[in-house]
Ligand binder design. Structure first.
Ligand SMILES: NC(=O)C1=CN([C@@H]2O[C@H](COP(=O)(O)OP(=O)(O)OC[C@H]3O[C@@H](n4cnc5c(N)ncnc54)[C@H](O)[C@@H]3O)[C@@H](O)[C@H]2O)[C@@H](O)CC1
Ligand SMILES: Nc1ncnc2c1ncn2[C@@H]1O[C@H](COP(=O)(O)OP(=O)(O)O)[C@@H](O)[C@H]1O
Length: 495
């Protein structure tokens, strides 16, 4: 399980770890600095190149430490890829650059026609690369640094990037903090970025793996790209559809028909062998036309068009074949429909994902311990729990013995023993349908007999995959001209 997540360390722990890892070896540190620079440039140009010009005007804000070196190096990498870039560099203290930072600085300034030193922070830029201060910062802020942060916050730029963590952010509050659109954590995920009081300040969080990750069991972690590893394996030759599991879906109602279709399409594209979807009878034919690979089971409905309790007999006829059950998306809060879900939960031995309307006290009371994942947004979680803070999440998962994927701009996954943040994704997901797709992925993965994921693992994987799909989709559609249903074209790019 730890294999799917990377440790989060405080700034103090990170500094101690790096001191022990590098042991003052300047060459080793320089190699890591070049790696960090390269990864930062790759993320900036790969994900955000679409909003920058081909000849971007760049401002580098450099402190005298390694954070400054990473930012200068990232500018150098960008200049190598976009040779018509114009780069201004502001130093807080040019005379005290650490040796590696000095070296990278010399390399950057060898491009005499493209790189210029500036003595004040003003003007308009396409890109700001902030390396004023990193994990070694201790309060109080020196005046020069504070002034630089305030001026940098007043600048207008298409994209402000902080290297590792924004200047001014540390284990303890320091006063002024640089506000960025993107923060690329270098080597180690830093704890202050995940503190509730700092939420949103650093913008989108991304992680540059520099290959020296501490494999420590920390209380909190981030979902790692390694979560995709089991999904990228070749399928076994001696297998058939049943080898990949059978997901039963209970979703959709007259008012929220599309949610069921999105659940099913996402589950199928997550590699599950069979999907049987219990949906209102009048919707089944059009759904079969839209996704013929699923088995659509036309079910009797209540007066308001949601699944009625009589649907249970259709489940009973098929019960035992399911390797997971997904229930709730678009189901409606009709008490009869919720009673149906509770009844299904009492009669299935399979793992379960509960989404949206099925996240109710009555349904959760029927959920089996250690076999259930719930995928609420904050509003849905507050129907069943007292608080959405980290403690509330841990307490709920521990006392109920169920895994929770609490969705937000920084989703959290907990199961009582494990706690992880997911950093993939972006506000392109802030639109109807994102949650239905996420639930479909979680259900599909949990049903896959070949993977044998725990509810926590399927929550981590689903959140990571849905976020990565969003990042890919953004390259084609931007953040506005996108519909959640376009996500299905991008599953292949992830796994
Ligand atoms: N195409 C479709 O068929 C769609 C169907 N959907 C279904 O619509 C039904 C209603 O879902 P909604 O989420 O819109 O329910 P609501 O909008 O009724 O949300 C329930 C409560 O949570 C609060 N809330 C909503 N989002 C929140 C957030 N991100 N953070 C904090 N609080 C939040 C709301 O203020 C409300 O009090 C569900 O069954 C859902 O699956 C939606 O998923 C949208 C797409
Ligand atoms: N700003 C954001 N950044 C990253 N992810 C986001 C953001 N806004 C929403 N999401 C993700 O989008 C999904 C929205 O789910 P939900 O609110 O249930 O949508 P719906 O019910 O309309 O399908 C969640 O996975 C959430 O984490």
């Amino acid at each position: 399980m730890e294999n799917f997540c990377d440790s989060i360390l405080t700034c103090k722990e990170s500094a101690e770890f790096e001191a022990d890892f590098f042991k003052g070896d300047v060459e080793k540190e320089l190699f890591a600095m070049r790696q960090a620079s390269k990864k930062i440039a790759e993320i900036v140009l790969g994900e955000f190149g679409r909003i920058l010009e081909a000849s971007p005007k760049i401002l580098v804000l450099s402190g005298s430490g390694h954070n400054g070196g990473d930012a200068l190096g990232a500018a150098l990498e960008i200049l190598n890829r976009l040779p018509s870039s114009k780069i201004d560099v502001f130093f807080t203290d040019k005379n005290r650059l650490k040796p590696n930072t000095q070296k990278i600085c010399g390399e950057l300034f060898s491009f005499k026609n493209s790189v210029f030193e500036v003595s004040e922070i003003s003007g308009e830029y396409d890109l700001v690369l902030e390396g004023l201060a990193g994990m070694s910062l201790k309060p109080p802020l020196r005046k020069g640094l504070e002034r630089a942060i305030v001026s940098a916050n007043a600048l207008s730029a298409k994209l402000k990037v902080s290297v590792d963590l924004p200047a001014g952010m540390s284990d303890e509050p320091c006063g002024a903090v640089f506000k960025s659109d993107l923060c690329v954590m270098a080597g180690i995920a830093k704890a202050p970025l995940f503190n509730p009081e700092n939420r949103g300040i650093a913008g989108r969080l991304r992680y540059a793996d520099l290959g020296f990750l501490p494999n420590l069991k920390t209380k909190k972690s981030i979902v790692s790209e390694r979560v995709l590893k089991p999904l990228l394996k070749l399928r076994n030759v001696c297998s058939d559809k049943r080898s990949y599991g059978h997901l039963f879906v209970f979703a959709g109602s007259r008012n929220y028909a599309g949610a069921a279709l999105m659940n099913v399409k996402a589950a199928i594209r997550s590699g599950v062998g069979l999907v049987s979807a219990f949906v209102p009878e009048n919707l089944a034919p059009s759904f079969a036309a839209a996704e013929p690979a699923a088995i659509w089971i036309p079910c009797p409905t209540t007066e308001d068009g949601s699944l009625s309790l009589e649907t249970f007999s259709l489940f009973r006829e098929r019960a035992g074949k399911e390797t997971a059950v997904l229930a709730g998306s678009g189901l409606s809060g009709n008490p009869e429909t919720l009673a149906l879900v509770s009844e299904v939960l009492r009669h299935t031995e399979a793992k379960v994902v509960l989404d949206a309307d099925a996240i109710s006290k009555s349904v959760i009371a029927s959920a089996k311990e250690n076999r259930t994942l719930i995928t609420p947004h904050h509003g849905e979680f507050l129907r069943v729990a007292r608080s959405v803070d980290d403690g509330g999440l841990s307490d709920f998962s521990k006392s109920r013995k169920i895994a929770i994927l609490l969705k937000s701009e920084l989703s959290r996954i907990a199961d009582g023993s494990n706690f992880a943040f997911n950093i993939s994704g972006s506000p392109i997901l802030s639109r109807a349908g994102s949650g239905d797709i996420l639930a479909g992925i979680a259900g599909g993965l949990l049903a896959r007999a070949d993977l044998d994921f725990t509810p926590f693992e399927s929550g981590c994987a689903a959140a990571f995959i849905a976020g990565k799909i969003a990042e890919k989709a953004c390259l084609k559609y931007g953040e506005n001209a996108y519909s959640s249903s376009c996500a299905f074209d991008f599953f292949r790019e992830i796994f």
